[in-house]
Design a protein around this ligand. Structure first.
Ligand SMILES: [Zn+2]
Length: 229
């Protein structure tokens, strides 16, 4: 039996007693005897960031349990009515003081034994200076060959290794840059999608395409006029 189904001693709505009931075939859940509330125990979504920065990736030392004092990618719980992408941007700012935007998904979302739905995103730094904050005790930049032994969870290490290998990375349309950080202010050193990723191709500029179509039309018209005369 999944212990997370036993997280409630009583119904959180009416304090009634709970009993395990068959909800569907092969699916039983604690149900309130009084009001019928069902304890579904759906996974709790979390989102974390892999942050390439100054030749390494930014990790934070955890200031709170679980895994107190271990190193981890910045991240946290997806809040009420928040998208995982907004979670990553918010949590990264809180823990590292860096302004980031999400450029790719890393790996596949999965549910842990602790019933957390884990999502990883590759981000690029668009502003701010590193400073540990919120749930982060310290902050450091690690290269692949110097990753700490005590990384909080195996899937955090996996996401970092995937980034370095250019593996399991799916680019997504990045959010627009805020006006005060124009593209010319971006530091390419901080914004590489991945050292080995060759699949990333930004959408061609609409203006360039318009020019190509225009030139093709003019050439076509010239040829046509020659044939007619
Ligand atoms: Zn109830």
């Amino acid at each position: 039996m999944n212990t997370y189904l036993d997280g409630f001693k009583a119904c959180p709505l009416c304090s009634g007693d709970l009993e395990h009931k068959q909800i569907e075939q092969d699916k039983s859940r604690p149900v309130c005897k009084h009001c019928g509330w069902i304890h579904w125990s759906n996974p709790v979504p979390t989102a974390s960031s892999v942050i390439p920065y100054n030749g390494g990736v930014v990790l934070v030392k955890r200031a709170k349990p679980p895994q107190l004092d271990d190193w981890a990618c910045p991240g946290g719980h997806v809040e009420h009515q928040e998208s995982p992408i907004d979670t990553v941007v918010r949590e990264t700012k809180e823990e590292t003081n860096l302004d980031v935007r999400v450029v790719a998904e890393i790996g596949n979302p999965f549910t842990t034994e602790s019933n957390h739905l884990v999502m990883f995103y590759l981000v690029e730094v668009i502003g701010g200076e590193t400073r540990a904050g919120d749930d982060a005790k310290e902050l450091e930049i690690f290269t692949l060959d110097a990753l700490p032994e005590n990384i909080a969870w195996i899937h955090h290490r996996q996401a970092i290794e995937d980034y370095y290998a250019g593996r399991n990375i799916r680019p997504i349309n990045p959010q627009p840059l805020p006006p005060q950080n124009g593209p010319n202010k971006l530091n390419d050193e901080h914004c590489r999608l991945s050292p080995k990723d060759n699949n990333y191709s930004p959408t061609p500029n609409v203006f360039v395409w318009a020019c190509i179509v225009y030139v093709a039309l003019v050439l076509g018209m010239c040829l046509l006029t020659r044939f007619i005369h």
